[in-house]
Design a binder for this molecule. Structure first.
Ligand code: LMR
Length: 397
């Protein structure tokens, strides 16, 4: 037997919730688990701009031959402009480049391999807490993973703790920052906080890796890029992972990019040669469809306008659900306790519910959320917020 010694590992805690939810026959169930946007019908829609772009591709696409190691050049340029700003001089000065990846997770994986191979000995600092896959991707690539405080047991942002930890980080280490809509907590840094982080990063000569998975879901497409653009303008070198899963609704088409900003054009070519080699060994060349869709949308003024409106509608729906849930909790005397839900940004909320309360919510009310108390607010249903609030009140008694 070759496989005799292989044991069983538990399934992914976030993706596992999708399966458990699907099996639940309660018609009044709530899916606040995996981070996907849902509309008023409980569906994760394909944006109209995506449908139109797909139609064009169907008619016009002439080949499905490989795209190169860095993917589609038009996609790379357009996603770079979306992230860094269309007026950024980084692209015209050839100081920034994008490598197309299978989703934001692929970009993180490529970044991990790049750090391990090209910057040996550097550790990485993750927020405590962070998206669980950050932990396993970087540890899996062989990096030493450390943590800076971010949100403590009191369910509040701990900026002082974060800054103190980064102050003590070894020079040269990588620090992973969430550009906006922090996953899992929903607590974002203020502009002053970002400036303070920038100051430590610069003084301690840390290399920032900014994970930008939710552009457009916080305060708006441009607003959410504020910190990324600040860091790109102020620092000579930067890594950014960008995801098109949520804002383009392209989840399963695995569309993302690793953006590198380098201090000069010559060094960027060196770095990109390494990335192409690493990517070749990971996935050879990236999947094309989602990136081709994104390039169609961002490269066409009408489609882009439509898409911007659709992202804004998704953002507003989440913001309204946040306020609506806190209002629905008021009759239960819980609006103050959960006031943070309306202040957090993006899909996720660290509710402050304990693992035991999360378990009770699931068992008694078929409300599914991650065991840490992370709720995907975008999965709530505006017409059933009272029922959700009543379920939460029941487990808070
Ligand atoms: C999430 O955190 O739920 C999303 O980022 C989806 C995922 O892949 O985990």
């Amino acid at each position: 037997m070759h496989f005799g010694a292989i044991g069983r590992v538990p399934g992914d805690p976030i993706l596992g919730l999708m399966e458990a939810y699907a099996k639940d026959s309660n018609p009044n169930k709530f899916d606040l688990g995996v981070g996907v946007f849902k509309d008023a019908q409980g569906l994760t829609p394909i944006p109209a701009a995506v449908k139109q772009a797909e139609q064009r591709l169907l008619e016009q696409q002439a080949s499905k031959s490989y795209v190169g190691g860095h993917g589609d050049a038009a996609f790379g340029r357009l996603i770079g402009e979306l992230v860094l700003g269309s007026d950024s001089s980084l692209f015209s000065n050839q100081r920034a480049g994008a490598t197309q990846t299978p989703g934001g997770t692929g970009a993180l994986r490529l970044a991990a391999e790049f750090i391990e191979h090209c910057l040996p000995g550097r550790g990485i600092w993750l927020s405590d807490p962070t998206w669980p896959i950050h932990e396993t991707i970087f540890a899996g690539a062989g990096l030493k993973v450390s943590h800076y405080p971010y949100v403590g047991a009191d369910n509040r942002l701990n900026v002082a703790g974060m800054l103190a930890a980064l102050e003590a980080a070894p020079t040269g280490d990588v620090v992973l920052l969430h550009a906006c809509c922090h996953n899992p907590t929903g607590f974002d840094l203020s502009q002053d906080d970002w400036r303070a982080v920038l100051d430590v990063v610069r003084r301690r000569e840390l290399l920032p890796l900014i994970d930008f998975a939710y552009q457009g879901f916080g305060d708006g497409l441009e607003e959410d890029a504020w910190a990324v653009r600040l860091f790109a303008a102020e620092l000579p070198e930067l890594l950014i992972t960008s995801s098109c899963s949520k804002n383009f609704g392209l989840y399963r088409d695995r569309t993302g990019a690793l953006l590198v900003c380098s201090h000069d054009a010559e060094k960027l070519v060196d770095v990109r040669s390494q990335l192409a080699l690493l990517a070749r060994n990971l996935w050879s060349t990236p999947p094309d469809h989602g990136a081709a869709v994104v390039a169609q949308i961002l490269g066409d003024a009408d489609l882009k306008r439509l898409w911007v409106e659709e992202v804004e509608a998704m953002r507003q729906r989440i913001a309204e659900l946040r306020v609506g849930l806190v209002e629905a909790l008021a009759p239960h005397g819980l609006s103050e306790r959960f006031a943070h839900i309306a202040e957090q940004r993006g899909m996720f909320s660290y509710t402050g519910l304990s693992p035991e309360q999360v378990k009770q919510l699931r068992e008694r009310h078929s409300v599914y959320m991650v065991g840490t108390g992370r709720a995907n607010i975008a999965g709530a249903d505006a017409a059933r917020l009272e029922a959700l609030a009543a379920a939460i009140a029941d487990v808070c008694r």
